[in-house]
Design a protein around this ligand. Sequence first.
Ligand SMILES: CC(C)=CCC/C(C)=C/CC/C(C)=C/CC/C(C)=C/COP(=O)(O)OP(=O)(O)O
Ligand SMILES: O=P(O)(O)OC[C@@H](O)CO
Ligand SMILES: [Mg+2]
Length: 253
Amino acid sequence: MRSRIRTILQDNLQERRKAFAVLLDPDKVEFSSFPFLLAESVRHGVDFFFVGGSLITRYAADDIIKAIHEHTSIPAILFPGNSLHIEPSADAILLLSLISGRNPELLIGQHVVAAPLLKRSQLEIVPTGYMLVESGRATTVSYISNTTPIPHDKPSVAACTAMAGELLGLQVMYLDAGSGAQKPVSPEMIAAVRKAVDTPIIVGGGINSPFKAQAALEAGADVIVVGNGIEQNPDLLPEIAQLVRAFNDKVTV
Ligand SMILES: CC(C)=CCC/C(C)=C/CC/C(C)=C/CC/C(C)=C/COP(=O)(O)OP(=O)(O)O
Ligand SMILES: O=P(O)(O)OC[C@@H](O)CO
Ligand SMILES: [Mg+2]
């Protein structure tokens, strides 16, 4: 089984290096300006592209991944909302199990349907404990998943959920306030999960300023994911990339 992405995540964790993932929503990518976004991502050292959405109406992931491969060597990692979102030309897939929820379809159902296709593909599988966190208002993902997110002010619930996910063998934890969240996952919750598990921790949702990115990194996030923030303000990409670089420069001295 391929393990490039899992190895990068594990090595980063050991070396206390942080990473920056840009979320590309197939419904929102502007193909006219996409080569520029890709060039900027290379120039500023983006680590990963996450490609996906809760609800996709324009099935363009294949074209997006083709362009990523043509213009960059940054891994294209699927971040799927359901098994229709599998695109074999990607480098890897976050095989999410929605462990904050109690919807069996998203804990195991979609995975059963997808298993034969995933086995046959060359995709690296990254088994991921996906935790949604309440963030001020309903997000697309909480609505579409039909699950109740973890209360924002209950770090111990998130910690125990992550612990259970780790004990079940999930290799990465993803704390998500939901795309466009009013408030991101709190530093207290990130820190509680950091203490509870030894896996890499991905944090996303509502990170729309370097200040919020810094708070997540300081609390223990290993990868921060930014989508909406960059769609609304492209200058955020270099700003957050610089912040992550500064963090990594500090740990390597
Ligand atoms: C087994 C397979 C292949 C799939 C199942 C995957 C699972 C369990 C998904 C959990 C629930 C879910 C719908 C996740 C989607 C997360 C995602 C890609 C969010 C990106 O943001 P959007 O929710 O699309 O936000 P916008 O409203 O900003 O577009
Ligand atoms: O679009 P934003 O709010 O940056 O969220 C990114 C991602 O974690 C959502 O699933
Ligand atoms: Mg979307």
